[in-house]
Design a binder for this molecule. Sequence first.
Ligand code: NAD
Length: 483
Amino acid sequence: MAINWTEAQIEQIVKSVMGAMNTTGSDAITYDATSYCGRKFIGIFETMEEAIAASEEGYRAIRSMRVEDREKLITSIRDFCREEAPIMGRLGVAETKMGRADHKTAKHRLVADKTPGTEDIVSAVKTGDNGLTLTEMAPFGVVGSITPSTNPSETVICNSIGMIAAGNGVVFNPHPNAIATSNYAVDLVNRAVYAAGGPRVLVASVVKPTLDTANVMYKHPSIRLLVCTGGPGVVRSVLSSGKKAIGAGAGNPPVIVDDTADIKKAARDIIDGCTFDNNLPCIAEKEVFAFDSIADKLIEGMKKAGSLLITREQADALAEVVMTEVTAKDGSRKKIINRDCVGRDAAVILAKIGIKVGPEIRCILCEVPFEHLFVQTELMMPILPVVRVKNIDEAIELAVKAEHGCRHTAHMHSKNIDHLTRFARAVETTIFVKNAPSYAGIGFGGEGHTTFTIAGPTGEGITSARSFTRLRRCVMVDNFRII
Ligand code: NAD
């Protein structure tokens, strides 16, 4: 594929790369919602209205593009994303204080390599005695997307690839705690699109995202589809917006390990999955239900894979630190997660209860009863509670309860097909991973495409370009058949 660059485009690319490389030679990076190391972002606006107007203009510009040319925009986004993955990995950690730069870099490369493009948009034809009917996947126009703090730039780029491949413009209302990282990704998409012959701004965002800017997005007549990726609050809010909405919500993925599993492998896989980006991914293993007969061996394996087993007393002390008591709207007291501990290294979390460990400890392991807060709460920290169970009936019953009906993700290590099938049927999750780390479920070492917007509540599942289209039908009666 040959791209004919204009001089302005070449100048823009050079500027972006220089800015992205942080040529100051120091490790210090400077960033805010509108710039990175002195380079001003493209597509970031003071108001949501301006951001929507800009993406609408971009959408109009790509409407007349051939699909072949739209695919060139996608190829360019993939290239930029691959190239700048380490920068976004570091920036994400620096800004949010969550996760691991190397894992975030890997997540961006996964997005670049395995997010479907225009090949996902396919047409259907029906012919019969009355002629021909064609069904095509058409864009909505401008999509409004709300993105999380846990995978900020990954979600912006992954959604952009799918939404642009479907022919849409996009406006983002990112998480305020990850605004620089998210807006970096918005800028990256615009730079990549422009470099491949697209409009100057196709995706847009705001300087200061708030609930008010989200509401402008919900009500604006130009926004025809809302896509929200986050916890239960935002999914509820977007689903009551009165607009077509895709909701990708919270999970609390359980893992069952039965007595037929390859225990050593299961232990390694679970710790690899649970500690990936310090447990930030919504699909990551959050609690283990282990058959009593293999639990000791499993825990030994997990310790060898880089976990520290703490006592029940230490686990309770840790719960006091990683959870905070607040007053709910109805006046009752409830415990919520302490944001300062989310996505932190195991060593940082353990230090809060006076336990010092080195970086070789990547997971905090504890044996607790089913009712424990660690089992019941989506912690998003490298803390893994293990609950002993007698048999498969108890394992499935408790694992389904711990998933809290999110129907998001569940995992199982077993060679017993009946057990695997029974759990998959009972838990009804969007993703079910057998005998592998959780990230296999989003295409990392597993088959299938990737996404960072897993739409369980609204049913689109592992979203891709086609999720962001509307179906349109064209009918020709008594003609266009060749038989
Ligand atoms: P969060 O719910 O705090 O924020 C997500 C986004 O929603 C942010 O942009 C936030 O500003 C916005 N928001 C929150 N409440 C809102 C409201 N009432 N109206 C409008 N906007 C609102 O989530 P987070 O901490 O950034 O991310 C972690 C959560 O997201 C976890 O629960 C995780 O499971 C979930 N998540 C789900 C997926 C998925 O694909 N299903 C992917 C990533 C994260």
